[in-house]
Structure formats: structure tokens, C-alpha cells
Design a protein around this ligand. Sequence first.
Ligand SMILES: *Cc1c(COP(=O)(O)O)cnc(C)c1O
Length: 272
Amino acid sequence: MNIPSPLAPLPTTTQHEQHGRYPRAESVEDFRHNLAAVAARMQAACQRVGRDPAGVRLLPVSKTMDEAHIRLAHAAGCRLLGENKVQEAYRKWEAMADLADLRWSVIGHLQTNKAKLVARFAAEFQALDSLRVAEALDRRLQMEGRPLDVFVQVNTSGEASKYGLPPEDVAAFLRGLPNYSCLRVRGLMTLAIFSGDAERVRHCFVSLRELRDRLRDGVPDGVGLGELSMGMSGDYEIAIEEGATVVRVGQAIFGARSLPDSHFWPTPGGPA
Ligand SMILES: *Cc1c(COP(=O)(O)O)cnc(C)c1O
């Protein structure tokens, strides 16, 4: 057996060539099949690096998918779904309030004027990257009388189009968070560079983990950095090899989206 040494990079490739081509899941059976296939790949990735699969959570991402498909995913066992746009998520939460055990994780950039919505319905917020948003969210959560699990988003790729704090700003940012008593900081989140070059992708995940390891001892009381949310359909196996505790997977479960990615991640010169 070929045991990879910690110094030699693992040969795992991205699955970006599949991007936009995943078949749409149209039945509970399709969802069960896709969920099992992703779970098997997650488990194999854990095995390659000696991790316990129980330490990695799959967050299915349902953005752009309609209510009928989300109900199929729920029937197949999904209980927490990731959405990148707050208003879309809020509408879905309202429409599917009859599914009492279905919870929502907001994984996209938030504007302060929408903090009220997140405070009302979200089970988790993964894209915290400014103190203004922290303050707005905390104020609304105080009014709702409840805490919220949050992840701090870090820009590990250096691309101007990506949200998130530059890595060098994260330590100071974390020091400001204990002022907001309703925010329960669980860890860090990132989006890797979108590239077929697996080593450049891996580099983003390694930098998030190393940043976390450097910051871990110095964080203020009440701030937890145990979680690393990183990896999507095209790169979650690499992310798991590098320490992900949450992978956010959309297309590999639901199928390809009809909207282009520029709709979610504004690119310079592209639609805002
Ligand atoms: C859409 C999205 C994902 C999932 O992307 P897929 O390619 O569909 O797996 C993960 N994270 C964030 C922040 C997203 O917006």
C-alpha cells in the first residue's frame, strides 16, 4: 500500500470539470443516491489522511433550487440546508415552515440591512466578515432573544472578487467579537480559488487551517475556532484532506444550477 508522506502532496484532483454538468436530482431516490455518493467520497478522503468521518459535516447547498426539489432533499434526509442569498433563504423558510425540522444556514455575504432577517430564521451564519455586520446581527439577535452560531469568512485566495477578511486582519477582528454576546463564533470559513490546479486549491485550504492553528491559543474567551468550513462540489475531498469540519456541497447533490456563478460571486467587470 502506498501511504502518502506528510510532505508529498496527495494526488487528489478537483472535480471542477464536472461544474455545470451534474444531472438534476428529480426524485427522492436521486437525492439518496447523490448523498450516498458524496458521503462515500468524504469517507474515502478521511481515510486517506487518518481522520474520523464523524468529524466532518456535510452541508447541502440548495441555492436557486425550488421548493419542490428542496422537499425531495428533505425527504431524502437533509435537515440543514445552505443558502447564499438571505432573501431567497427567508422566502424558503417561510414557504416550508411545515417542515419543522428543516433548518437553514446562510453562507453568503450579508448586508447590514438584512441582518434582521438572518436573526429571525437562520440556524447558522457562515460569512461574517465585518464588525458592522456583527453589530447589526447582534442587535437583532438581542431583540429575538437568541444566540446564533457564526463562522468568520476569510479570503484565502487573494482574489478581489471574493468576500472575506484578509488573513492578516482576522486576529484583530476576533478580538472585537466578544462585544457581541449573541454571536457564538465556531470557526473560520473560506472559498478556495476556482481552478483545476489542485495544488493552488489545496494551498487555500492549508492557509485557512494554518491561520486557525496560529490564532487558536490567543483567541478571546467564548470565541471557538474548532470548525473549518471549506470545500464545495469540485474540491471538498481536498478540503477534507486539509482539515475541513464542514463541506458545503450544492451541485453534486442537487445537480447543476441554471444561473451562472457570476450571479453569486461578482467578478470584476461582470454583473454585480
Ligand atoms: C454555492 C456555494 C457552495 C456550493 O457550491 P457547489 O459548487 O454547488 O457545490 C458553497 N459555498 C458557498 C459560499 C456557495 O455560495
